[in-house]
Design a protein around this ligand. Structure first.
Ligand code: 13P
Ligand code: SF4
Length: 366
């Protein structure tokens, strides 16, 4: 029997410690029926409850392999969608707060991408010459578009492998929604900047000339992450003056200039591993989300390493932050009462096509 769902409102009155105890009790009672996946950008009060943490690639693999009946995703909407698409039909993906989206993912929508594909077809045959690649930070229907057009998904970990695969098949790539990940990865592959053009979705023909389109290897969607765009080369310059032996590490959603001036560039998981593997006494400047950098700062202090945040202003991912212990306690206690709240369900047809593009990615980067 399904009881009335427990209302969220009383949970918002609970303090974090109270929530913590209730989350622990609910997790214990649910046992193997539940897995909590946590992205590295989650706040500590939530992150501590994750059974498994990782970057987007690691978490999508875990979602695909998990046997649990309930997959509670402490991350953002597109991540829970991926969990729903890659899990078995009898598994349930849950996002504790449905308003936890990704502003970058929202910068590309199906209508605009279809319009771009249509416009490009007046210059060349896109289905013969262009591989559409969507960063995993995107809506399920864009993954489906890629699945339907011999395209693929990528993450910050496997972007280069995926681009290499794409170029072995077709001469060009349409990369959305993050221009920076596309450009930084292309630059790593020695693709000249002038062969990576930006498609401005608010302008006819993306604001590009026919010649620019013909000359391009990568057509970059004009999307970006509002968190990572806060990092600037001047912050690196200042740091290097103060700490000439220090190391700079950035996420590839940061600008080209920031990545070019960094010693290391990679996914959240890569950043964690690089810092963890460094010598005691190493000083780091890190260009990625604040919750992760703060966690690293505290963890690494004991190992005699210093971890500093790249931006002088607080820039955290406000949507990741929406997942709080109160929402987590609410969804878990509802599960205890046999109520599923905040389930993420991708429509079957969209899921089928999106799964093609996601599985292609997992196979290529296995
Ligand atoms: P990672 O896959 O590197 O964890 O990145 C996800 C993300 O949203 C970064 O902003
Ligand atoms: Fe999206 Fe940026 Fe937040 Fe990552 S940090 S989830 S790209 S808004």
């Amino acid at each position: 029997m399904v009881a009335n769902p427990l209302e969220l409102q009383p949970y918002s009155q609970l303090d974090d410690e109270n929530c913590r105890q209730r989350i622990l009790a609910a997790k214990k009672a649910l046992g193997d029926r539940l897995i909590i996946l946590g992205h590295h950008y989650q706040r500590d009060e939530v992150f501590e409850h994750a059974d498994f943490s990782g970057d987007s690639l690691k978490l999508s693999r875990e979602a695909a392999n998990s046997k649990a009946e309930f997959i509670v995703f402490c991350g953002v909407h597109f991540m829970a969608e991926v969990a729903d698409i890659l899990s078995r039909p009898d598994q349930v993906a849950i996002l504790p707060d449905l308003s936890a989206g990704c502003s970058m993912a929202d910068m590309a929508d199906l209508n605009k991408v279809q319009a771009a594909w249509q416009e490009l077809s007046s210059v060349l045959d896109p289905d013969e010459t262009i591989t559409p690649i969507t960063y995993i930070n995107s809506d399920a229907n864009l993954k489906a578009f890629c699945g339907d057009h011999q395209g693929v998904v990528c993450t910050s970990t496997n972007a280069q492998t995926i681009l290499e695969w794409a170029f072995s098949r077709r001469e060009k790539v349409l990369f959305f929604p993050d221009q920076h990940l596309g450009r930084n990865t292309g630059a790593k592959m020695n693709i000249p900047l002038e062969e990576m053009v930006v498609w401005d979705f608010d302008k006819p023909m993306g604001g590009l000339t026919e010649a620019e389109i013909h000359n391009a290897k990568i057509i970059l969607w004009k999307g970006f992450c509002s968190v990572h765009q806060m990092f600037k080369p001047v912050q690196i310059e200042k740091y290097r003056k103060q700490f000439p032996d220090g190391k700079v590490i950035s996420h590839p959603e940061s600008s080209y200039e920031v990545c070019q001036n960094s010693d290391y560039v990679g996914s959240t998981e890569y950043i964690i591993n690089q810092i963890a593997d460094s010598e005691p006494g190493t000083d780091w400047l890190v260009g990625t989300e604040l919750n992760l950098v703060n966690r690293l700062h505290h963890q690494m202090k004991d190992q005699g390493k210093s971890v500093k945040f790249m931006s002088p202003t607080i820039c955290m991912c406000s949507t990741m932050f929406r997942i709080d212990p109160q929402h987590l306690a609410w969804v878990l206690e509802n599960l205890l009462d046999d109520n599923v709240v905040n389930q993420i369900t991708v429509p079957q047809q969209v899921a089928n096509s999106a799964r093609v593009a996601l599985k292609r990615m997992l196979d290529i980067s296995a």
